[in-house]
Design a protein around this ligand. Structure first.
Ligand code: ADE
Length: 228
């Protein structure tokens, strides 16, 4: 899968995407992330990409021309399945969207800044608008990094244990059950006997019950969405 990202702050995306699982996904050639500096398509030698908003009001707006030129130049060599704009007024990102996007070949993500991007770019190029939650970040970069991480780890071959993403919280609208590692007794705090029983069927049932209980306690809203 290839993901292109357009931003005025490429530095903000470099670190989150160059460690651990995202690093491995790229090294294995399963994920190719390319970050493009929008100022390359600036309207003048000062690198201008934003301007005052029509109608007045505080805050700059990212201009049509640099964004349109950037998108069209990238589109000349890549057919995008989705052109995504990161924005607090988009659809709230969740595991279902991550699953769906992980099946795509090519994505283009636009990171907004300041007051956001000119509405005409949204109207004419953007195919999907994503928010990572009901709060406002200073730009779309951290939100984009989060979306790339959530998608990237789902690509076949990225996780060592191929099945482990299946048991993540939110797959099947259930939170994940509690997990334990050695020692079996730490300061008298014991690992539940069931996990030491060696009976895979019973352990599976126990984990499912724990997941249900945890979901009931913390996120009862999720249970309404799933087939019990
Ligand atoms: N840009 C600023 N805030 C954002 C949010 N909550 N989600 C996605 N992009 C954003």
């Amino acid at each position: 899968m290839k993901i292109d990202i357009i931003t005025v702050l490429p530095e903000l995306l470099e670190s989150p995407l160059s460690h651990s699982i995202m690093k491995r996904a790229q090294e294995k050639g399963l994920l190719q992330v390319q970050v493009h500096q929008l100022r390359k398509w600036a309207v003048n030698a000062y690198g201008q990409v934003d301007d005052y908003q029509y109608g007045g009001g505080a805050g700059m707006v990212m201009m049509c021309e640099p964004l349109a030129n950037a998108i069209e130049e990238l589109q000349a060599t890549t057919q995008y399945d989705d052109i995504i704009y990161m924005t607090p007024d988009g659809a709230t990102f969740n595991q279902q969207t991550a699953n769906r996007l992980s099946l795509q070949e090519n994505l283009l993500i636009i990171c907004g800044h300041y007051k956001g991007i000119d509405q005409r770019i949204r109207d004419h190029y953007i195919t999907r608008e994503i928010s990572i939650g009901d709060f406002v970040l200073s730009g779309g970069e951290l939100a984009a990094a989060l979306v790339v991480d959530a998608i990237g780890r789902l690509l076949p071959g990225v996780l060592n244990d191929e099945t482990s993403a299946l048991f993540d919280s939110f797959q099947d609208n259930l939170l994940a059950p509690p997990v334990y590692t050695r020692p079996a007794d730490f300061r008298g705090w014991k690992v539940p006997d069931m996990l030491l029983s060696g009976d895979p069927k019973k352990i599976d049932d126990w984990r499912h019950d724990q997941a249900l209980e945890r979901t009931r306690e913390r996120r009862p809203d999720l249970l309404k969405k799933q087939d019990l």
